[in-house]
Write a protein that binds this ligand. Structure first.
Ligand SMILES: [Mg+2]
Length: 119
């Protein structure tokens, strides 16, 4: 690993090469990737399962719990990127578009300090 600039596209290219070298594209249909993604979200949530909400930040901000959370978050991220790749979705562009929409729907001056309400 280097400190060179590294973009989402770079990681996706590495994931594509990893998949190709193992001939795993045959297993990376959208349904299978979504199930794998959900499984990894489950593994991440399991880490937090019995930690009281008011202690979670302190418990997972350092040490072995932070490392375990990072591992599971990476699994989630990797499966999400694989899914985006298979579906031809530019995930960074799509996420930026969602953020723009959220900024319009929830102007800071109207919601500051309040949880968003369902519309
Ligand atoms: Mg995992």
């Amino acid at each position: 690993m280097t400190n060179e600039p590294y973009a989402v596209e770079d990681l996706q290219a590495e994931l594509r090469a990893f998949r190709a070298e193992r001939d795993w594209a045959q297993f990376h249909d959208p349904k299978s990737l979504i199930l794998a993604l959900v499984g990894e979200v489950g593994e991440l949530s399991e880490l937090f399962q019995w930690i009281p909400a008011d202690r979670a930040l302190a418990e997972f901000s350092s040490g072995s719990r932070q490392r375990r959370a990072a591992e599971e978050m990476s699994d989630v991220f990797i499966y999400l990127l694989n899914l985006a790749d298979v579906l031809g979705v530019d995930l960074l562009a799509a996420a930026r578009k969602k953020l723009e929409g959220a900024s319009s729907r929830f102007p800071a001056e109207g919601v500051r300090g309040r949880a968003p309400e369902r519309r």
